[in-house]
Design a protein around this ligand. Sequence first.
Ligand SMILES: NC(=O)c1ccc[n+]([C@@H]2O[C@H](COP(=O)([O-])OP(=O)(O)OC[C@H]3O[C@@H](n4cnc5c(N)ncnc54)[C@H](O)[C@@H]3O)[C@@H](O)[C@H]2O)c1
Ligand SMILES: [Zn+2]
Length: 359
Amino acid sequence: MSGSVPGADPGVPEQICVRVELATRGYEVLVGPGVRSEIAGRVPKGARRATVVTQASIGVEVDPGVPFQVMRIPDGERAKSLATVEEICRFMARGDMHRSDVVVAVGGGVVTDVAGYAASSYHRGTAVINVPTTLLGQVDAAIGGKTGVNLPEGKNLVGSFWQPLAVFCDTETLQSLPEREWRSGHGEMAKYAFLGVDDLDSLSLVEQVARCVECKAEIVASDEREGGRRMILNYGHTLAHALEAAGFAGEDASSPLPGLRHGEAVGVGLVFAAELAQLMGRIGPPRLERHRRVVAGYGLPVSLPAGADPATLVRFMSRDKKSAGGLTFMLDGPAGVEPVHEVRPELVHEALDAIRGDR
Ligand SMILES: NC(=O)c1ccc[n+]([C@@H]2O[C@H](COP(=O)([O-])OP(=O)(O)OC[C@H]3O[C@@H](n4cnc5c(N)ncnc54)[C@H](O)[C@@H]3O)[C@@H](O)[C@H]2O)c1
Ligand SMILES: [Zn+2]
């Protein structure tokens, strides 16, 4: 459900409010330029102080309306660790933060994931407000309540479901976003194009973000703890995760090319999933073509990076946490994207062959 923010001045740039309706508690996602100026109004009445968690490279200032301290965590996936959670919690303890106070996470998915997890365990659960400052964060990571950190053994292995109090997708903050991070966010946007959000092209940035948020909100509301339907948000991700695990991931914005940013890997993963769906007779050539067009239209890669070995990728894909034995993929079809189990490895190899970069 979405609508204009009550009282919004029609003369000022648009703001859109999307509600995430959960069984126990709903919350609002505000989208638009400058919406972060409304954070103070959403801080819980009993909060006496706040801790803002962010990164040095993110020059986004916020005012929670109560005394606050700022903690800057390091950049990159490596900062998404239990060590960072400990540092954040200790910082909060030294700052005399209590359970009734509030954490404000200002950053991309790394910040909102790790700060959200710290908040979920500090004093057994402290409120968190998300201010996502990457496109990927605004359309995906900051919404839906999944928080967590990585272990040396794997990504996102430790975490919790901890829904934010509110989310402020301030599109103004994206002005400083490096080009590769835009592309990465577009990888997730391309995913939503096949989950029911079409013709994003004709919309303003604010509307584009809001439509994706709306789509994610609806899916999360229908399956808050990923018992089933929420898995479709992983469309394009099975191959993407395998590419990341096989060493094709670019660490972060500052890392030298040619690593793939997450959304870029998702782009390749979407085209692969469409090839596979076509081989299985679930979709026809026009739908496959549409996948290629949408992904390429965002400047995202549509084929495997040089040196990607199909056997290695299949091995990683069969370890993907969505597979309950055999190979499971989210695949497009007559009823839309849905989980498909026990996919034959020969077909997977054939689909990988169809997206080889050297063809
Ligand atoms: N919880 C979820 O549901 C969920 C969903 C998708 C992704 N994720 C997680 O999100 C993470 C990826 O998030 P990401 O793509 O936002 O990466 P990120 O958080 O690493 O941010 C990318 C880079 O952009 C910089 N940055 C952020 N905002 C900026 C701004 N406004 N201007 C300039 N630079 C800015 C960051 O400092 C960083 O260097 C992954 O760890 C992934 O697992 C979580
Ligand atoms: Zn993703």
